[in-house]
Design a protein around this ligand. Structure first.
Ligand SMILES: *[C@@H]1O[C@H](CO)[C@@H](O)[C@H](O)[C@H]1NC(C)=O
Ligand SMILES: *[C@@H]1O[C@H](CO)[C@@H](O)[C@H](O)[C@H]1NC(C)=O
Ligand SMILES: *[C@@H]1O[C@H](CO)[C@@H](O)[C@H](O)[C@H]1NC(C)=O
Ligand SMILES: *[C@@H]1O[C@H](CO)[C@@H](O)[C@H](O)[C@H]1NC(C)=O
Ligand SMILES: *[C@@H]1O[C@H](CO)[C@@H](O)[C@H](O)[C@H]1NC(C)=O
Ligand SMILES: *[C@@H]1O[C@H](CO)[C@@H](O)[C@H](O)[C@H]1NC(C)=O
Length: 283
């Protein structure tokens, strides 16, 4: 079981940056070359006269962050500016409702097709869902089964969450492809107070959980790990939002694949078999 407790006053900090180990080896430009065998292992004499052997542990080289030099269109003086050449839309069929309105938006001139193909007709709905939340939805008016999934995910593709009230409210989230239970609050109570929130979700045996704040600790949080995250830290560098509150975790699960049936079985072991076939999924 993982218990997530968030005290809104003292522990809203969660940051996600991982210090990268410094590598003293230089790799090739693709950043993936490992060190030459001759320098990868060796022995050193320690002060007490004993010898300690070592071998290089592969680590991501500093050059790994040298990506392609991409030029965004907003910074490219030769790129076409859509604001200068596109026609915009005109609203018609405006229908007011108690909480907003809907309308049809039609291209107000010849399509510009600058970075794709202009959609001729759009549906617009605007609605106040609460006093503080306005929902604005713009989507193509003419969608058929051939292209619906580009714009709208149907229930067939997105499994609906299951919920129940026995003995109190709980819900589960399943992975559609294999029925794996990804989130499960059954048998636990939701606590929702103005300065305290607690919810509980089940985890599989020997789970692999990552994230939930920056700290000096192995990347994998380990089982039964308890930690407090605080909202206070050193001042932020300007424009670089280092510290913030982003409660986020990644749960990676490994499955052994049956070579005959293709069935996937959750794998809780620490070591993989050399001849085994595995796959992983994260959420
Ligand atoms: C767009 O609105 C029209 C008119 O209300 C409706 O007939 C049509 O089904 C809507 N399109 C979509 C994709 O919802
Ligand atoms: C919607 O798509 C159908 C199928 O291609 C087409 O016959 C129809 O004219 C289109 N309607 C609009 C309003 O674009
Ligand atoms: C979806 O496909 C239909 C033809 O099946 C086409 O008429 C319509 O314009 C397409 N809609 C969008 C938004 O691409
Ligand atoms: C988990 O940690 C708590 C607190 O350190 C400890 O009391 C408990 O025995 C641990 N449970 C397991 C299964 O290791
Ligand atoms: C995996 O490692 C953990 C921690 O080292 C240990 O508690 C657990 O028993 C191991 N599981 C197996 C299946 O070997
Ligand atoms: C993998 O190797 C182990 C040990 O040699 C053997 O018991 C097992 O049957 C092998 N599994 C497969 C799928 O070949």
């Amino acid at each position: 079981m993982a218990r997530f407790t968030v005290n809104a006053f003292i522990c809203s900090l969660l940051t996600y940056g991982f210090a990268q180990a410094q590598s003293s080896y230089s790799g090739s430009a693709d950043g993936l070359t490992t060190v030459a065998a001759s320098t990868a292992t060796g022995t050193v004499a320690t002060g007490s006269g004993t010898q300690t052997s070592f071998r290089a542990i592969f680590t991501v080289p500093a050059s790994a962050d040298q990506g392609a030099n991409l030029l965004p269109t907003t910074q490219d003086p030769e790129a076409v500016d859509p604001q200068k050449v596109c026609p915009g839309y005109m609203a018609s069929n405006v229908v007011r409702s108690e909480v907003g309105f809907s309308a049809t938006l039609s291209l107000a001139g010849p399509a510009c097709n600058v970075y794709g193909t202009d959609i001729e007709t759009l549906n617009l709905t605007v609605a106040y869902q609460t006093a503080h939340r306005l929902a604005v939805n713009i989507s193509p008016a003419n969608i058929t089964t051939s292209n619906m999934t580009q714009y709208i995910l149907s229930d067939e593709l997105v499994q609906q969450p299951n919920w129940g009230n026995d003995p109190t409210f709980s819900f589960t989230v399943l992975r559609k492809s294999n029925g794996d239970v990804l989130f499960d609050t059954r048998g636990t109570k939701l606590v929702f107070e103005n300065q305290f929130i607690e919810f509980v979700s089940a985890l599989p045996e020997n789970y692999n959980l990552y994230g939930l704040g920056e700290r000096i600790h192995g990347l994998r949080l380990g089982n039964n790990f308890t930690a407090t995250t605080y909202a206070a830290d050193v001042g932020d560098p300007i424009d670089l939002g280092i510290y913030g509150s982003h409660p986020f975790y990644l749960d990676t699960r490994y499955y052994e694949i049956d070579s005959h049936t293709g069935d996937m079985t959750y794998y809780s072991g620490n070591n993989s078999a050399a001849n085994g076939s595995y796959t992983s999924m994260s959420h």
